[in-house]
Design a protein around this ligand. Structure first.
Ligand code: MCN
Length: 775
């Protein structure tokens, strides 16, 4: 928990349920999203995109388009630098990684891939001219499913590799075959995990300007990492990163899908650079569906071995994930392969996860990014094992949980968990339902719904990599904090100000937080993987402590006291045990003194510190979710009646925001469980690519979420904090799935995949009844 005693933490800000002041403007419609920005002389881009999922480009005719009113340029691949859009880092040199080109060259690999960019003086002119571009295609064979893409006769999407398998990650420990051979019981599943769309409120967009006098490119962009965009633009356009400034203004939702550098960013910035004019691209909603990376789609075959008294012996799994047409990342697959043992101590394991190219939109991170897939698989196996052993699934969990005295604990897949108390979260979750009473009598409720209850336990690693933080005390005593974390609705400004106020003992109102601008000259990574509190906040705690110690020594000098006797409270330093009014100095006096030559040389210097903070490994949040569903057998409709989550994110900086994060995650998790499904037909056309076709939950599809917490501080940062942003999407769906299977048991249905659409549930009941001769 760091090196300061609680008595020194003077402001009491950590744990306070402050409201997020930064959200006031957003909810009053005064946010500044990319589409709200206007620059004089701004031009607009419209893209001509591929209608085919796989085709050779035989001819591109742009002369008509170029003659259209208001058109300034019509760009094809030949006009652009030939470097890929971003340096997707492959897991190892023997992998087959290909990033999307800014504009397609000779072949298109998915519907929606940009081929031509039309730049015009208005959006309408750009769209009209784009309609005049003629493209002749030679269609090529298409494959959309990841397992089909591995077949020997599958069309090869990137022929240079001779295979559609971009990579296979393998992790494990021990002799799996021997462990399975010695097992009394084996549970085996085959699970299809559907593809999801992130659907942020704000569609993709970028506005780029080129200043020829300073040779500087400035871009405002819907991104979770302005640094990643800056570096990609520098690489693609051949401009030094120091001459590029990328700003994430208000970003209307990130959810992981605003992580990549989209080809359209490169093309738009290139157009601004080339034409010397501000150029903007804002996606339409249907473009956004086709272009934004989607997520999750995978097929898993997995087995769990156990003794007859329920001890888990070994896990074996093979997961095939759909990468889509290009490799945005291997990060999701890496999470699946390293986390699949979940909250359980499974001594022996062998897990293999492949990323496979198909003729579909590229996939990548979406809230959870591999953690949900791993949780769905292991939690399903645990439930099935309980069924096989005819034992209580909760008892089975308790028996096999990693015990509190085992931390730091390394799982059989090589991942180290920092801390946890998994059984406590499960026990707390039980208090939400009268589990003992849930016998057959619960099956039919008054409304003729069949009621089911389901549980899922989860782990959520948070805070990987490094993040930067800087704290500076201004001459007037106010504090400016800079962070490499970038918010898209996570209330960072308030959260970070609470951390700074707490560590420095200044007033919350005196802290200003700056984020999301590479021009602030602080290197950063951005916001993904629930990293910002543990890592970004952890970085700020480190620099705040450094500034505090320096300021305290100066204050002690001014107060003629020993530094150990000086405390800070409400913006002033005073001496312990002495009435503050009697003898105290303000932060302003200390900041002014800091740069004055009246101070001894060893105390002199600005109150300004920066750091790059790395926890070495990740902080593991965890918990248990319980769902109660009501299922109408006549229609197949599953209604989530209750969704309760006991979570543990160590120290909550602001419990209000933690709850908000859990609500958001649970809503998205319920959507994933109940109906969200981004689907392509066999020719690679997106068939659920609009908000009419892509089902998302509405408020009336969701219950009021019930929350409780346990607190197991992380030893890895001074705050004891772990992340929380993805808990709901990891834990919610398997709990809902198990509750639904529990309800379906009455009809003889033992298994069903996500999403639990009415059609699928109804059909499962019909099939089971036909099979058992009930109809
Ligand atoms: N928090 C806290 N104490 C903790 C942990 C978190 O008070 N111990 C609060 C803080 O207010 C913090 C917020 O919860 O700002 C989220 O913290 P954290 O879990 O560290 O996650 P990040 O800030 O790194 O956000 C990323 C995470 C992810 S990975 C996705 S995806 C996601 C999510 O956050 N996307 C979101 N929540 C989102 N919420 C909104 N509104 N929009 C998105 O795009």
């Amino acid at each position: 928990m760091g090196d300061r005693t609680p008595s020194e933490v003077t402001a009491g800000e950590i744990g306070s349920r402050r409201r997020a002041e930064e959200n006031e403007r957003l909810i009053q419609g005064q946010g500044q999203y990319v589409a709200d920005l206007r620059v004089d002389g701004m031009l607009h881009v419209a893209f001509v995109r591929s209608d085919y999922a796989h085709a050779r480009l035989l001819r591109i005719e742009t002369s008509d388009a170029a003659q259209m009113p208001g058109v300034h340029a019509v760009l094809t691949s030949a006009d652009l630098p030939q470097s890929p859009t971003h340096a997707a880092v492959p897991p190892s040199p023997d992998t087959h990684f290909v990033a999307p080109p800014p504009l397609a060259r000779s072949v298109v690999h998915a519907v929606g891939v940009p081929i031509v960019a039309v730049v015009a003086d208005s959006e309408a002119h750009a769209v009209d001219a784009a309609a005049r571009v003629e493209i002749e295609y030679e269609p090529l064979p298409v494959v959309t499913e990841p397992e089909a893409a591995c077949a020997a006769d599958a069309p090869i999407i990137h022929p240079e590799f001779g295979t559609n398998v971009a990579f296979t990650l393998r992790r494990g420990k021990g002799d799996v075959d021997a462990a399975f051979a010695s097992a009394d019981q084996v549970a085996t599943i085959r699970m299809s995990i559907p593809r999801l769309a992130g659907v942020p409120m704000e569609p993709l967009g970028i506005l780029a300007t080129w200043d020829s006098s300073t040779e500087t490119l400035t871009a405002w962009c819907t991104t979770q990492s302005p640094w990643r965009v800056r570096d990609a633009l520098a690489g693609a356009l051949g401009i030094s990163p120091e001459n590029i400034r990328v700003i994430a203004p208000h970003v209307g939702g990130g959810f992981g899908v605003r992580g990549p550098v989209y080809p359209e960013y490169i093309v738009t910035a290139h157009a601004a650079h080339r034409l010397g004019r501000p150029v903007r691209w804002i996606a339409t909603r249907s473009e956004d569906f086709r272009v934004t990376q989607s997520s999750r789609e995978a097929v898993a075959n997995a087995s769990l071995a156990a003794t007859r008294d329920g001890r888990f012996l070994a896990l074996r799994a093979k997961v095939t994930t759909n990468l889509g047409a290009y490799a945005n990342t291997y990060g999701t697959a890496n999470r699946i392969v390293t986390l699949m043992t979940g909250a359980y101590d499974i001594p022996v394991a062998s897990v293999e996860v492949s990323g496979v190219y198909t003729n579909t939109t590229p996939t990548g991170a979406y809230r959870g990014a591999g953690r949900p897939e791993a949780a769905f698989i292991i939690e399903r196996l645990v439930e099935l094992m309980a069924e096989r052993l005819k034992c209580d699934p909760l008892e089975l969990r308790r028996l096999n949980f990693v015990k509190p005295d085992r931390f730091p604990y390394q799982n059989a897949l090589g991942t180290t968990y920092d801390s946890g108390y998994f059984a406590e979260a499960l026990d707390r979750a039980l208090s939400f339902v009268d589990y003992a009473q849930l016998g057959d009598e619960r099956r039919f409720s008054d409304s003729q719904e069949v009621v089911g209850v389901g549980f899922a336990s989860y782990i959520e690693p948070t805070g990987g990599g490094w993040e930067s933080g800087r704290v500076r005390v201004e001459p007037d005593g106010r504090v400016t904090a800079f962070s490499g974390s970038v918010p898209q609705g996570q209330d960072h400004a308030t959260t970070f100000a609470q951390i700074i106020a707490d560590r420095l003992g200044v007033r919350f109102e005196d802290v200003t937080v700056r984020q999301g601008d590479t021009g602030d000259n602080l290197p950063g990574i951005g916001t993904f993987g629930s990293r910002s509190t543990a890592l970004g906040g952890g970085a700020l705690a480190v620099v705040a402590d450094e500034v505090f110690e320096k300021a305290r020594r100066i204050a002690a000098h001014l107060l003629e006291a020993s530094p150990e006797d000086v405390v800070a409270r409400s913006g002033r330093f005073s001496i312990v045990g002495v009435e503050a009014g009697a003898r105290s100095v303000s932060w302003q006096e200390v900041a002014t003194a800091a740069t004055s030559d009246k101070l001894p040389a060893d105390l002199r210097g600005e109150l300004d510190a920066r750091t790059r903070f790395d926890m070495g490994r990740e902080a593991f949040a965890f918990g248990t979710c319980v769902a109660v569903v009501g299922l109408d057998p006549a229609t197949g409709i599953v209604r989530v009646r209750r969704l309760a989550l006991v979570h543990d994110c160590g120290t909550s900086i602001n419990p209000r925001f933690v709850e908000a994060q859990l609500h958001g995650g649970l809503a998205q998790g319920a959507g994933e469980a109940l109906g969200e499904w981004l689907r392509f037909d066999s020719s690679g056309q997106l068939v659920s690519g609009s908000l009419m076709d892509y089902w998302m939950p509405h408020a009336n599809d969701l219950p009021s979420f019930e929350l409780a917490e346990t607190i197991t501080p992380s030893p890895l940062n001074r705050l004891g904090a772990k992340g929380v942003g993805e808990a709901g999407t990891i834990a919610g769906p398997p709990a809902i799935l198990h509750a639904t299977i529990d309800a379906l048991r009455v009809f003889g249905v033992r298994s069903i995949d996500f999403p639990l659409t009415p059609e699928r549930v109804w059909q499962a009941i019909q099939d089971a009844q036909k099979y058992s001769g009930n109809q």
